[in-house]
Design a binder for this molecule. Structure first.
Ligand SMILES: *Cc1c(COP(=O)(O)O)cnc(C)c1O
Length: 388
């Protein structure tokens, strides 16, 4: 049976070139980068090379990159670190209602610590409005955190414009760019951001490593205390093989950004147009234009997203309903609800996210299997039959 992986926003496989560069650091080059003999110096050199590669992918200086255990830790560090370091100036934070849980739950944690948080609404297309950001700003606003590309519906937020507003008001601006780095152009200067989160396993690197970009001069407090690693901003012996893998993945992603972006966009459009043409009472969630090249998110009326996933799995196709973190619970996605999609329609949603390993034949296969699956499930739905 054909196997088609369409969940690249949940995670990606480690590229062979990435694994190749990591292996020596799991074997003979096992030194601790904080030591002064040759083992340590080799490890240190590799970490610094990776730092330069990651920095280059996002237009940053190497010393502005702090390696972390992943996107989640970087989001926590950005919000908690900036909130505590700047609370003398105010206690108000602005974010959106469609953020990843690493931001949403951290914002809620900060509310329990006495900070005030505004969760901005989004348009029915899943976009934050710059005017809403402007209106929400008060004298006490110290931090704005708006994601670059949404992980569920793939919308690309107006980060540059929001960054401009934040800069004019002297407010720290963070973006969770886990779903944009390595997929669309990301440059911290163009985007006017002070803090930016990235993660290796979403760009064909290993799991358990990511980074926070911290613009020179931006005040944040460390989350982890201990050794003096990462210029005293993130204690703990470095995950050397992981960091090396992240560096290689970043280098490759930068090199192939344009060609792979173009290829995936064409596959995405074939998938979106094919599904909408073949399956009635189906909608595409998320703006059609301001959209990640890898994302297609559909709602199929009268069926459960979970049932579709199970049927697709039996045909060798992996997709997702809502985000990986919330699947397993039966609540519809907070992102779809924030976009104003009714519960019963949000329940019938499926996200397909493309990647390097996908081909035209994969899309043809999905376009053959998916209409049959939806039709069979709808045939069993009393609601669907009543309408006929
Ligand atoms: C995956 C993801 C994260 C979490 O990154 P991890 O490295 O898995 O901790 C954060 N934000 C977004 C938008 C993501 O897609």
């Amino acid at each position: 049976m054909r196997r088609v992986y369409l969940d690249h926003s949940a995670t990606t496989p480690v590229r062979p070139e990435v694994l190749e560069e990591m292996l020596p650091f799991l074997k003979e080059e096992f030194g601790n980068p904080s030591t002064i003999y040759s083992w340590g110096r080799q490890a240190k050199k590799a970490v610094e090379e990776a730092r330069a590669r990651v920095a280059s992918l996002i237009g940053a200086q190497p010393e502005e990159i702090i390696f972390t255990s992943g996107g989640t830790e970087a989001d926590n560090m950005a919000l908690i670190g900036a909130a505590y370091a700047n609370q003398n100036k105010g206690k108000h934070i602005i974010t959106s209602s469609i953020e990843h849980h690493a931001v949403l739950d951290t914002a809620q944690y900060l509310m329990r610590q006495g900070f005030k948080v505004t969760f901005l609404p989004v348009t029915p297309e899943g976009l934050v409005r710059v005017e809403d950001v402007l209106q929400a700003i008060t004298d006490g606003t110290i931090l704005i955190s708006i994601m670059h590309v949404n992980n569920e519906v793939g919308t690309i937020q107006p980060i540059r414009e929001i960054g401009k507003v934040a800069r004019e008001k002297g407010i720290i601006f963070h973006t969770d760019a886990v779903q944009s780095v390595g997929k669309i152009p990301v440059n911290v200067q163009d985007l006017n951001v002070d803090l930016l989160t990235a993660s290796a396993h979403k760009i064909y690197g290993p799991k358990g490593v990511g980074c926070l970009y911290v613009r020179k001069g931006t005040r944040i407090q460390p989350l982890l205390h201990g050794g003096g690693q990462e210029r005293k901003r993130r204690a703990g012996t470095e995950n050397v093989p992981g960091i090396v893998g992240f560096g290689k993945a970043a280098e490759l992603a930068g090199r192939e950004l344009e060609s792979e972006g173009r290829r995936l966009k064409a596959l995405r459009d074939k998938l979106i147009e094919g599904v909408l043409a073949r399956i009635e009472e189906t909608r595409l969630n998320g703006d059609r234009e301001q959209r990640s090249p890898i994302n297609a998110n559909f709602s199929f009326r009268y069926v459960e997203g979970e049932s579709i996933l199970l049927s697709l799995d039996m045909k060798g196709i992996a997709a997702s309903s809502g985000s990986a973190c919330t699947s397993g619970s039966l609540d519809p996605s907070h992102v779809l609800l924030a976009m104003g999609i009714p519960h019963e329609i949000a329940h019938g949603s499926v996200r397909m996210t493309l990647g390097r390993d996908n081909t035209e034949e994969d899309i043809d296969y999905v376009l053959e299997v998916l209409p049959e699956v939806v039709e069979r499930l709808r045939a069993m739905s009393p609601l669907y039959n009543k309408g006929k």
